[in-house]
Design a protein around this ligand. Sequence first.
Ligand code: UDP
Length: 237
Amino acid sequence: MKKIAELFSGKAKTIYTTEDADKLVMLFRNDTSAFDGERIEQLDRKGMVNNKFNAFIMQRLAEAGIPVHFEALLSDNESLVKRMEMIPVECVVRNYAAGSLCRRLGVEEGLELTPPVFEFFLKNDELHDPMINEFHIRSFGWAEESELKQMQALSFKVNSILTQLFANAGMLLVDYKLEFGRFHGDIILGDEFSPDGCRLWDAKTQEKLDKDRFRQGLGGVVEAYEAVAHRIGVELD
Ligand code: UDP
């Protein structure tokens, strides 16, 4: 499928139209951003690793019955996806306390959350992705009640599939962010699932294997992503 025109360029991916009105090409760049785009760096191989990581995870989710926009890997850095109407809301599921939850509620990093916590954020860098609830989403018309319920149910279904997948490889899925959209009337999972949008810790050593390595200047960012990919069986080269 050939790229025709650039439709949108975000912090780490560029989206292109194709000759099929229902399909887009998603290009994973090496750009890595943190703090709502305030810090951006190029990390060699990251685009390729995230593209293949995302393809692997989306295929596992699709096999388990989650509707996803991912269709096929096209090249090292590109995937074919369904063209959806994005819902400007981020769905976060947390199994252990980390990041903004610790800052907001003063809880210690690593606290196990039973049951897991679910949160909505508005996708808006200028406003620093503020936390919102179902009432804001319905009142401002970002999504309907039935769509919210589906997003939440799908986010928890993803949690049971992926906590198991990472646990089998000796890792804790601490938290992650999902984005959904509409495709011919259905809610489907969009965007990506990669170590850029989740937290993963080694179950034994608690070593951080995700974008916190970049946010916290720990180094070895792509090396950690590659190690996670290797542990869950993603083929990179
Ligand atoms: N996350 C993301 N994009 C965002 C905000 C958060 O992918 O714009 C992911 C983040 O990597 C983590 C989870 O969502 O896995 C929860 O993030 P948190 O609210 O703790 O915010 P942060 O500490 O990243 O600012």
